[in-house]
Write a protein that binds this ligand. Structure first.
Ligand code: FES
Length: 104
């Protein structure tokens, strides 16, 4: 993950925005990152990552990007799986919207 990659897809909040917000406002709790354009208040997928950003920045661990341990593409793919929208690689999954539409 890079600084300009999106962390909260629901509200289009990048890692850079979250890191800068955390540095500037010094929130006591990770949940306060929701004050940064609503991050984490949608589907909930990004909440564990908001906690990582908060911990990393407040404890000055450096290199926030590496705390995610995955590429932006992998992050996006896992979110889709989390939301039941994507392929988890098992060959199973929803993806039958057309079938369900036909049944109605
Ligand atoms: S991706 Fe952040 S709340 Fe959905």
């Amino acid at each position: 993950m890079e600084l300009d990659d999106k962390v909260c897809y629901c509200f289009h909040v990048s890692m850079r925005k979250l890191v800068n917000f955390t540095r500037q406002t010094k929130p006591v709790k990770a949940s306060q990152l929701s004050e940064c354009f609503g991050a984490g208040t949608g589907c909930g997928w990004c909440v564990p990552f908001l906690k990582r950003i908060h911990e990393n920045v407040t404890e000055e661990k450096g290199d926030v990007e590496s705390t995610f341990g995955m590429t932006a593409g992998e992050y996006a793919r896992r979110r889709k799986v989390f939301r039941g929208e994507g392929d988890d690689g098992s060959g199973e999954g929803k993806g039958n919207e057309k079938d369900s539409e036909k049944k109605q």
